[in-house]
Design a protein around this ligand. Structure first.
Ligand SMILES: *Cc1c(COP(=O)(O)O)cnc(C)c1O
Length: 361
């Protein structure tokens, strides 16, 4: 065995197929998609798989990720999901559209755009109750009044983001509220809001059940493309692949040991005083993977191995009767923050498993 461990195996064809199914579903009611790449650090081959699958834009929260994709030759419009004032100059230079909620930042963007003889496009985010980014509806008119004065910006749309901080569900009521704001702003300011971006992977159930999606014509989706689920109840979306990403680690110890630590109990490696249940002697397996590689609570063992505990570089599993030996591989599926943390770990090799991966990479 000479494959590198730990590694994350990535199926680009499954990501592409997930995107195809979702694009088709959403386009049916006139909704375009922005493929969100932040959980995979803007990995260019994954962005390409999303584009092949039908997304019209690539969106990311980090300028560094967008630069990585641009440098690899990807040429669709890029959307920045989070807009820091300090990066205004580079944003205008490198990004086509940014999401915004602050006049001070818009002024800076317009200023840099003017210097470069450019028009920078912006989508204004509206706060609908989740309490992350957004302008409260009753402040929106005044905000637009100021924003529309900025010479080198084009406000191409509005959007909202739910189910991220407050866990507020996108439903017909919230989406109608956003549509109503579009109407009010267009009438009041004689503008045309081309993009109405209603949300993220959490909007799936609403979209499926809604008879009338109003003015919503865009969604920004990451997790449902990558992991195949919606994000209100983390239910699988029919037809989508759920295991496009697999994390694989190596068994480095396998021994029968007691389930109770012995000696005097103090703090563990993370400052907690642990408590234990005596289950007698049992087979305990250690894998070379830890909290520095992944948010361990997000791991789902493909063989239903139970996790006993973890530290920075070790995860202890209940070996049960799996007969795991030193050097064996253990496979896991991942939740969203598991994916995010693993893709961010420099210790985990990112490996593409499809035959067309070399072309894409
Ligand atoms: C991360 C993010 C998304 C994508 O969310 P998913 O749940 O991965 O679909 C969409 N919009 C904004 C503003 C985001 O920050």
């Amino acid at each position: 065995m000479n494959s590198f461990l730990p590694r994350i195996e990535i199926s680009l064809s499954q990501i592409r197929e997930n995107t195809q199914i979702l694009s088709k579903l959403y386009k049916n009611k006139g909704t375009s998609l922005m493929g969100v790449t932040k959980a995979v650090l803007g990995e260019p081959s994954i962005a390409k798989a999303m584009i092949q699958g039908g997304v019209e834009f690539i969106a990311d929260s980090r300028l560094e990720n967008i630069l990585r994709m641009k440098n690899s030759g990807i040429a669709v419009p890029f959307v920045l999901l989070r807009t820091p004032l300090s990066q205004a100059e580079s944003i205008v230079h490198n990004v086509d559209i940014s999401l915004n909620t602050e006049i001070k930042t818009l002024k800076e963007l317009s200023c840099h755009a003017k210097r470069r003889h450019k028009i920078h496009k912006v989508i204004i985010m509206v706060e609908l109750g989740d309490l992350r980014e957004g302008i409260l509806p009753h402040d929106l008119s005044q905000f637009f009044e100021q924003a529309l004065l900025l010479s080198n910006l084009e406000i191409i749309g509005i959007g909202c983001n739910l189910a991220c901080y407050g866990g507020i569900k996108p439903d017909d009521k919230k989406m109608q509220e956003l549509s109503a704001q579009v109407g009010l702003l267009e009438t009041r300011f004689h503008i045309d809001l081309k993009i109405v971006s209603g949300g993220n992977s959490a909007n799936y159930e609403w979209f499926k059940s809604s008879q009338n999606i109003g003015r919503i014509n865009n969604l920004r989706v990451g997790e449902s493309i990558l992991l195949g689920c919606e994000t209100v109840g983390r239910k699988a979306i029919p037809g989508l692949h759920l295991s496009a990403f697999q994390l694989i680690a190596e068994v480095i110890e396998s021994k029968k040991k007691p389930s109770l630590p012995f000696g005097e109990i103090g703090q563990d490696a993370f400052g907690n005083v642990p408590g234990f249940q005596d289950r007698g002697d049992h087979q305990r397996v250690i894998i070379a993977l830890g909290r520095q590689d992944v948010q361990v609570s997000q791991l789902k063992s493909n063989n239903k191995l139970r996790m006993i505990g973890s530290s920075s570089d070790h995860i202890i599993l209940d070996g049960g009767d799996h007969n795991l030996e030193i050097g064996d591989e253990v496979r896991f599926s991942l939740g969203y923050s598991g994916l995010l943390t693993t893709m961010t770990s420099p210790f985990v090799l990112k490996q593409f498993t499809d035959s067309d991966a070399h072309v894409a990479a």
